[in-house]
Design a protein around this ligand. Structure first.
Ligand code: FAD
Length: 326
């Protein structure tokens, strides 16, 4: 891990920095670029605008990770559940992304799992939606999903176990896997045979002992994993591949592979972070591919936004502008 990456992750985790940054005006330029709304209503309006204007779907993510206090955990869980109801009421597909460390795993595994089930049930049957009113469960892109984010290596095993447990309970749950980790192909081998969704990302939590070394090797690992996700076995199992990347070279290779193997553009999707490469998001839509944005909302934007600086040092100027403006 580079010193720059280490520093940004340390800054993201620092409670003192978090407190200081929350005291700064909530909508600074860095937050404005990457956060889709201060509350659930604003986030749903953003999602609606993206869908109506561009046919781009959204996955709502309530900001707040690495939380151990019971009240804060409950708050995060209820925000995710509220998001499900609000998305359904707006006629959008019910899709939320969840960090295990935000919903109880920092307190106990049992609490984290119980809360994940509550959110999974809200995704399957959002408040206000009549029983049996399916929201397109058979169609991949428009299907309701709760997707588990993959955080640092310390919680990887428990996140994979949670995914398996919720799937066995019949809940619509997907998982994020990080191409940088050398063991990802083993996790993939099981998942592609299930009716689940996997979001493949390069990985934002470098861990030298566990990772492929260097950008080129990680990119190769990404494409190797994509080839497994686009296998015939995966398609026959009803697996739904999601490619979480802004890398147009990788996306180009994935599109070619999917075509070659007979996957229709409807049977998988590209997902990008809200505010990152919006031009490329529109270009992919123009080519007829499913595009979703990962749309964070809420006030606790600091750890999320500083991680975007870690991915792209070019975002540091936005941070500098944010601080200067206040
Ligand atoms: P890169 O090679 O990093 O970037 C490709 C291009 O996009 C470059 O031109 C680059 O400048 C531009 N770009 C990339 N990121 C940014 C940015 N922040 N701002 C501006 N330009 C940028 N990581 C996890 O570890 N766990 C997760 O659960 C997780 N969930 C994710 C969900 C989604 C939908 C996405 C898109 C990413 C997620 N990530 C997650 C982050 C991911 O691991 C990468 O750190 C991030 O996506 C950057 O990698 P890239 O594939 O876009 O390629």
């Amino acid at each position: 891990m580079s010193i720059f990456q280490r520093t940004t992750i340390a800054l993201a985790r620092s409670p003192a920095m978090g407190r200081a940054m929350r005291a700064v005006a909530a909508r600074t330029s860095l937050a404005q670029r990457f956060v889709g709304g201060a509350d659930v209503d604003a986030a749903v309006r953003t999602a609606q605008r993206l869908r109506d204007a561009h046919g781009i779907r959204a996955s709502l993510f309530y900001l707040g990770e690495y939380v151990a206090e019971p009240a804060a955990i409950e708050h995060n869980v209820s925000q995710a559940i509220n998001a499900c109801g609000a998305l359904a009421a707006a006629g959008l597909d019910v899709h939320v992304s969840v960090d295990p460390t935000a919903i109880g795993y920092m307190a106990s595994d049992a609490l984290g799992e119980a809360n994940a089930r509550r959110i999974g049930q809200a995704v399957r049957q959002p408040a206000g939606q009549a029983t049996g009113q399916a929201t397109g469960q058979e169609a991949g892109a428009g299907r309701n999903w709760m997707v588990l984010d993959m955080e640092d290596a310390g919680i990887r095993e428990r996140t994979c176990a949670l995914h398996r447990g919720l799937l066995q309970a019949g809940l619509p749950v997907g998982l994020t896997l990080q191409a940088r980790r050398r063991r990802t192909p083993e996790d993939l081998a099981w998942a592609i045979r299930q009716q689940t969704s996997l979001r493949l990302v390069k990985g934002a939590f470098p861990e030298r002992a566990l990772d492929h070394a260097g950008r080129d090797r990680i990119d190769h690992a990404y494409l190797d994993a994509a080839a497994i996700m686009l296998s015939r076995e995966a398609r026959e199992a009803g697996f739904y591949p999601v490619f979480g990347t802004h890398d147009d070279r990788l996306a180009g290779a994935i599109m070619a592979l999917a075509r070659e193997r007979g996957w229709s553009p409807d049977a998988f999707e590209f997902e990008m972070l809200y505010g990152v490469r919006p031009d490329w998001q529109l270009a992919l839509r123009g080519l007829g591919y499913n595009v979703r944005v990962y749309l964070p909302f809420g006030g606790d934007w600091w750890p999320y936004a500083i991680r975007r600086v870690g991915e792209n040092p070019g975002n540091a100027w936005l941070l500098a502008r944010s601080l200067k403006a206040d």
